[in-house]
Write a protein that binds this ligand. Structure first.
Ligand code: TPP
Length: 635
């Protein structure tokens, strides 16, 4: 018998199914998500948790005319599978393949793009208002998790929606998990009710009692209902949302297709802002993910039978290297505290949290708050270290500027995933932070190339009197070029890792290693290349650069970051300000959003590989290199 999924190409096909067929389809969707994600890697538990909700939404709403706005979008795989992307689904998160998030350009069913959390209610509200302005009739639905609901923007949107009173539906999907267990007072409030034995018992008792009442009389029934209502109001999270101007429905079992469909049908045409609260289980239907929903939030390829990762994690990630260095420093200094915005494991802080639970703060998906919270801690003499992905620090730009740097507070930003990140694609690339941080006075920006330099830099930063941003990339720390070549930071900014006389490569982080590969290739052609780990992006080691310009006049800057406003721009500004004339190539990423794909392949696509850089050097510097006769190439 052919699979039902093979016949599903959009919401019309979903609508034609019976409840029992939908249940079979739910199981097929889980299998297909697991099959592909176990090969490609990706988000597992969030997707398994929303299968029934996804089917119910497409069953009841007239998508794509009606708009579904998925928050973050990492739970959109079942949605993609039933909206015309079943065939390309095996390319999920691959170069030129299906995105792991919603993307307007990918399908008309993806009403709004995402990747960062807590945006769905704002976007859906905007769409609902646009509908009102245009006078059209489509319905708009935002689907947001309890994790994303810890983000401030969600509350700004609820607040605005309560005042605008336009018709739209917010579905709050609670599963008690963000990536890690969810945190915060609102989350406790919402989850308390779902599991509250008193609420459930009183509710059951009352229902039982009320059922038997007709024999007694109408007024008693009314009183009983009022009593039930007031108990419910005391305990049900709806009161918060009702206070904000929403009509609240729930909490409802989020895996009961029939129940979900009935309620959605009932509420879809109600007027004003509606909040429908469903309760789901993250990882539903796959035991390893149900047991470890955090580990299965985002996974590399894994063995379907055992749930074990296929590639054993040999090597240490930069995140863990940072986390380890930090707890070791914290052992010596009780003023050190660590902060994460909902990514305790992702940022390598899990061990710190275990060792120093009172000095560790998971503030939820609340990057803006995390930065200012760190500012407050620093203002009172602590040494806060906020470990945060480059892409998510974008959220906290004004807080970095206004709350930390303007007051010259000694906050350390551990900027993780700095550079191209790979499979997550354009929403997650950490390629803008140098450009947005560099103009901020008082802030020092440094980049580590390996574990040893990361430790040295962190130690130094902890003794600084102002803010410091330390960049390090996604992936494992590199071997080689250890601390032995690395001077302490107070003795100067740069670290010359290879001596040379014809060409100078000034590189950052991973690109130092690429610079060394380039140097080795150029050596074969008799070109002598100096490779410099610049380390400091701000302030630049100007004394060194000035001296360098007297000896070598062919310079290349190499960075895993956009060229606009990046490290190369900083060097260029320095050269211009000092009226120093050198031949200069800036290598980095162009003015486009960088799509998903394996990092090395992505770099290569933009000319960032040793052979391509060698070609470029030969092409642009060929006339002037001392041994030019030897390298009369046509490129
Ligand atoms: C601004 C921002 N910070 C952090 C993240 C990383 N992140 C992705 S999903 C997620 C948890 C979301 O939890 P929830 O909304 O409850 O959805 P679930 O996956 O549990 O269904 C986090 C922290 C992000 N995408 N955006």
């Amino acid at each position: 018998m052919s699979k039902i999924l093979e016949r599903i190409n959009g919401s019309q096909d979903v609508k034609s199914l019976s409840i029992s067929e939908l249940e079979i389809l739910a199981s097929e969707l889980r299998q297909e998500v697991l099959r592909v994600v176990s090969i490609n890697g990706g988000h597992v538990s969030s997707n398994l948790g929303v299968v029934e909700l996804t089917l119910a939404l497409h069953y009841v709403f007239n998508t794509p005319a009606d708009k579904l706005v998925w928050d973050v979008g990492n739970q959109s795989y079942p949605h993609k599978l039933i909206t015309g992307r079943r065939e390309p689904f095996p390319t999920l998160r691959k170069m030129n393949g299906i995105s792991g998030f919603c993307k307007i350009s990918e399908s008309p069913y993806d009403a709004f793009g995402a990747g960062h959390a807590s945006t769905s209610i704002s976007a859906a509200l905007g769409m609902a208002v646009a509908r009102d302005v245009r006078g059209s009739e489509e319905r708009v639905v935002a689907i947001i998790g309890d994790g994303a609901m810890t983000g401030g923007m969600a509350y700004e949107a609820l607040n605005n929606a309560g005042a605008l009173k336009t018709d739209f539906l917010v579905i709050l999907n609670t599963n008690e998990m963000s990536i890690a267990p969810n945190v915060g007072a609102i989350s406790h409030y919402v989850n308390k009710v779902i599991t509250h034995p008193l609420y459930n018992r009183v509710k059951d008792d009352l229902e039982h009692w009320v059922d038997r009442i007709p024999a007694i009389g109408h007024r008693v029934v009314e009183t009983a209902h009022k009593l039930e209502e007031s108990i419910k109001n005391l305990l049900v999270p709806g009161t918060i949302f009702e206070g904000l101007g929403f009509r609240y429905f729930g909490p409802v079992e989020g895996h009961d297709l029939d129940g979900l469909i009935k309620i959605l049908k009932d509420i879809k045409d109600l007027h004003g802002p509606i909040l429908f609260h469903v309760v789901t289980k993250k990882g539903r239907g796959y035991k390893p993910a149900e047991e470890r929903p955090d580990q299965f939030h985002g996974m590399g390829p894994f063995d379907l039978t055992t749930g074990k990762p296929l590639k054993g994690s040999s090597g240490k990630s930069f995140s863990n290297a940072f986390g380890d260095a930090l707890w070791r420093e914290a052992e010596k200094d009780p003023r050190i505290v660590a902060i994460t915005a909902a990514m305790p494991s992702g940022t390598g802080l899990a061990e710190f949290a275990k060792r120093y639970p009172k000095r560790f703060f998971d503030v939820g998906i609340a990057e803006e708050h995390a930065v200012t919270f760190a500012g407050g801690l620093a203002a009172q003499g602590l040494k806060p270290v906020l470990a945060i992905y480059s892409t998510f620090l974008q959220r906290g730009f004004d807080q970095v500027l206004h709350d930390v740097c303007l007051q010259n507070l000694p906050v350390i930003f551990g900027i993780d995933r700095a550079g191209v990140v790979g499979d997550d694609g354009p929403t997650h690339q950490g390629v803008f932070d140098i450009s947005y941080l560099r103009p901020i006075p008082n802030l020092k920006i440094v980049q580590a190339r390996n574990e040893a330099t990361l430790k040295t830099i962190l130690k130094w930063a902890l003794h600084e009197e102002g803010p410091v941003a330390i960049r390090y990339p996604r992936g494992n720390v590199r071997e080689g070029l250890g601390d032995d070549t690395c001077r302490p930071l107070d003795q100067g900014g740069v670290d010359v890792v290879r001596k040379g006389k014809d060409v100078a490569i000034l590189a950052l982080g991973d690109m130092v290693y690429m610079g060394l590969e380039v140097a080795a290739l150029l050596e074969k052609d008799g070109i002598s290349t100096q490779v410099i780990d610049a380390r400091f992006i701000k302030p630049l080691d100007e004394v060194f650069l000035e001296r360098l310009s007297k000896g070598i006049t062919k310079w290349i800057t190499l960075e895993d970051h956009v060229l606009a406003g990046g490290f190369g721009s900083a060097v260029l500004e320095f050269l211009q300000a000092r009226k120093i004339s050198v031949e200069f190539i800036r290598l980095g990423l162009p003015d486009v959003f960088i799509e998903q794909g394996v990092r090395e392949k992505v770099w290569e696509g933009f000319g960032l590989s040793a052979p391509l850089i060698v070609q470029r050097i030969k092409k642009e510097f060929v006339k002037a290199v001392s041994s030019t006769e030897k390298i009369a190439y046509s490129v």
